[in-house]
Design a protein around this ligand. Structure first.
Ligand SMILES: Nc1ncnc2c1ncn2[C@@H]1O[C@H](COP(=O)(O)OP(=O)(O)OP(=O)(O)O)[C@@H](O)[C@H]1O
Ligand SMILES: [Mg+2]
Length: 351
């Protein structure tokens, strides 16, 4: 252990990475720990490569599975911040198999290159977050009906991604925001790029059937929402992910839907939380902004009903705060308290 520390003095440890994530990401304990370990191994892999021809440490690309607004993108973004690595988010649905209308997968690397201002060395150590990965599952219906025999946006993209995920040298456009010509390409090695794929896989049949005999069910169990079981490799294969594709994503993590109390924490606790932002914004107008606990509970109840996870919180708060923000310059030096009645009145307008 000591030797390793001496050898890699600047590496953030899993505990340090976790501590950073923990400030910004509420709940998701398992995901934070697993991602921290994967990132630690990834750093070690980069360092152990120096000099060696073949790397003994495998790539620790990650697959995140979880409902909308539970923090998949948020964890990845904060991981990149903790490690001070360049980061880009791409949408799997925008890509197609090479030669078809749509982006080639190399463009993903181009997006990362763009984030680094065209610096190849930085790019080669960055993180690419591929969202909506469940949308490139193999489409079996297409083949059956004969409509489009090639699955250029599904299986074709998975195939195209195999090499990229594993590590290969690709020519990528230097500036993805412009139409490029042949001269604007640079060679990038993807073997040290960490890929984090994410999807909701929301239509995967994972509801565990109740095993209790009906007559013995007490009130508590019937009230509890049906239990989901863990996603297995078999589930992912049946869903339409290729075995070779999954083989290149050795770290699979499931995230949980956020509970009401976690949603409240998301609203209040992180250094960049929505409430802190409003309090700060209004303090610039010399307004002392307060929220009552019951008013916040009402916001959370409303957000939980929308089923968008923490994703819905910002737009709900924007609606709640509309008048306060509009009148802010006239409330200089005052104390403004947002209470339950105030929130109820604002949220009525949203329905
Ligand atoms: N666990 C969390 N802790 C703190 N904030 C969170 C958490 N989950 C979500 N958020 C907040 O909600 C926003 C949306 O979350 P995020 O983009 O991570 O959702 P997602 O899981 O990627 O969902 P989708 O599948 O819709 O892309 C984030 O920008 C963040 O502000
Ligand atoms: Mg996301």
């Amino acid at each position: 252990m000591k030797a390793a520390r001496r050898e890699y003095p600047d590496l953030l440890t899993p505990a340090q990475i976790y501590a950073h994530l923990d400030q910004y990401v509420i709940g998701q304990e398992r995901a934070k720990r697993i991602v921290a370990i994967a990132a630690y191994n990834h750093q070690k892999r980069i360092l152990s490569k120096a000099g060696a021809k073949t790397n003994p440490i495998k790539k620790s690309n990650v697959l995140l599975i979880g409902p909308t607004g539970c923090g998949k993108t948020h964890i990845a973004r904060n991981l990149a911040e903790a490690l001070k690595l360049p980061f880009t988010v791409v949408d799997a649905t925008e890509y197609t198999e090479a030669g078809y209308y749509g982006k080639d997968v190399e463009v993903m690397v181009g997006e990362l290159l763009f984030k680094t201002g065209g610096r190849t060395d930085e790019t080669q150590r960055g993180i690419i977050f591929i969202d909506e990965i469940d949308k490139i599952a193999r489409r079996t219906h297409g083949a059956r009906t004969g409509a489009g025999s090639r699955d250029i946006g599904g299986e074709g993209v998975q195939q195209a991604l195999l090499k990229l995920l594993e590590g290969t040298e690709v020519f990528v456009p230097l500036n993805v925001t412009q139409h490029w010509s042949k001269h604007d390409f640079v060679l990038v090695d993807t073997s040290e790029i960490l890929f984090i794929c994410a999807g909701t896989f929301s239509d995967m049949p994972l509801i565990q059937h109740e095993t209790n005999p009906v007559g013995f069910r007490d009130k508590k169990t019937t009230e509890r929402s049906p239990k989901r079981r863990r996603v297995s490799t078999k589930d992912l294969l049946e869903y339409g992910m290729l075995a070779e594709f999954l083989g290149r994503l050795p770290v699979v993590v499931e995230l949980e839907p956020l509970s009401a109390s976690e949603m409240l924490q998301v609203l209040k606790d992180p250094p960049d939380s929505i409430l802190k932002e409003y309090v700060h914004l209004l303090s610039l107008d010399e307004i002392d902004l307060r929220f009552t606990e019951t008013s916040l509970k009402m916001v959370i109840d409303y957000a939980m009903k929308k089923n968008l996870g923490a994703r819905g919180l910002r737009s709900i708060m924007e609606e709640v705060m509309h008048d306060v923000m509009f009148d802010a310059p006239n409330s200089r030096g005052k104390k403004v308290t947002v209470d339950k009645r105030f929130v109820a009145r604002r949220l009525e307008k949203l329905d």
